[in-house]
Design a protein around this ligand. Structure first.
Ligand code: SF4
Ligand code: SF4
Length: 207
């Protein structure tokens, strides 16, 4: 795998995205902001009374062509920022009951294409060293206690971040592990794109 990135680097001169100085070179259409105004069938009720809720959307495309993706990546909501974490930001991921895809996309931000480390964002394997907990997946009985224990073990100041439709709203298959209002940051998508994740994490630190 490292040979691939080495080759790409040689071919293009560089491979890492220019974020935050420039938008993504090839922004994905799915997931991105949906634009429309009809009342099509939506299995998760992400569209209600003409309003689209990104946190409920699983980007199944059943609402096409009444709703269309715009390519705009900022499908996240930051309710609380923590500028104290600008210089170093350690995240702890907790998979409460995810399918695996949110996990993969979160891991991708540390690949050479996004290189989150250059933005002082790191992963930690213990909540005791974490500035933020990133919750993925629906609520499962066995992970309830683990989530509570992890959150309590984190030092202040700390942020709670939901990643993906399952964690935000329960998606199509379950219930969210926490009440939606408890999250400081919501990152929508099923799964969210690495660019959206990176931008949301940066905003959460007030960058
Ligand atoms: S993409 Fe699917 S989940 Fe999202 S609004 Fe359209 S129908 Fe609903
Ligand atoms: S939000 Fe989508 S991608 Fe993420 S865990 Fe749920 S089903 Fe999987």
């Amino acid at each position: 795998m490292s040979n691939f990135w080495f080759g790409e680097g040689l071919r293009k001169g560089r491979k890492t995205e220019k974020f935050p100085l420039a938008p993504p070179e090839e922004p994905p259409l799915w997931p991105s902001y949906l634009d429309g105004n009809a009342e099509p069938y939506c299995p998760t009720e992400a569209i209600k009374e003409g309003m689209w809720d990104p946190g409920r959307c699983i980007f199944c495309r059943l609402c096409e062509p009444q709703y269309k993706p715009t390519g705009k990546q900022g499908i996240f909501q930051v309710r609380k920022t923590q500028p104290l974490l600008k210089k170093s930001f350690y995240i702890y991921k907790l998979d409460s009951g995810a399918c695996g895809a949110c996990n993969v996309e979160l891991g991708t931000i540390f690949d050479p294409q996004y290189d989150a480390n250059r933005l002082n964002i790191f992963m930690t394997n213990t909540p005791r060293h974490a500035d933020a907990i990133v919750v993925m997946g629906v609520q499962t009985e066995r992970m309830k206690e683990a989530l509570k224990n992890a959150y309590e073990a984190m030092p202040e100041p700390k942020l709670i971040i939901s990643l993906g439709a399952c964690a935000i709203s329960g998606g199509i298959i379950g219930k969210s592990p926490m009440e939606r209002e408890q999250y400081h940051v919501e990152i929508a998508g099923c799964p969210p794109s690495p660019y959206t994740i990176l931008e949301a994490l940066s905003r959460a630190r007030g960058v």
